[in-house]
Design a protein. Sequence first.
Length: 134
Amino acid sequence: WIREGAAELLKIAVYAKLTGMSYLEARDIYLYAGNPFLTCSSVKLREMLMSNNHPAMCNYTAGMLASEYLIATTKDPRSLFTFASSKVEGGGPDFKNDTGISLETYRLVMKEVFDLDIENWDREVERYISRWAP
């Protein structure tokens, strides 16, 4: 979710800046004006650990909302990039090209980089996604 979601968030921010509108106005256009990803309000973060793997492509819309929540949690927009600063070697334990990082790798990286317990944080993010996703 973080790869696609972060890119979508940055795309919205740049569009807002270039058009002179607020981030929230641009975000609402993205979320609600013709968005093809309309079944993401009940998605689980752990269903999106591999890029482009969610059947409804929620890595983009729900990933963007999860990225917003990560920035709000860390109070640092650079957190979208610091995810990659993990010291977990390679793709982490049980990495597979067809399924991506394992739940254990996700748990390790979120704890190491952001000091977040995914058992609690994921639930909070999923509530946020359910509130805003189309």
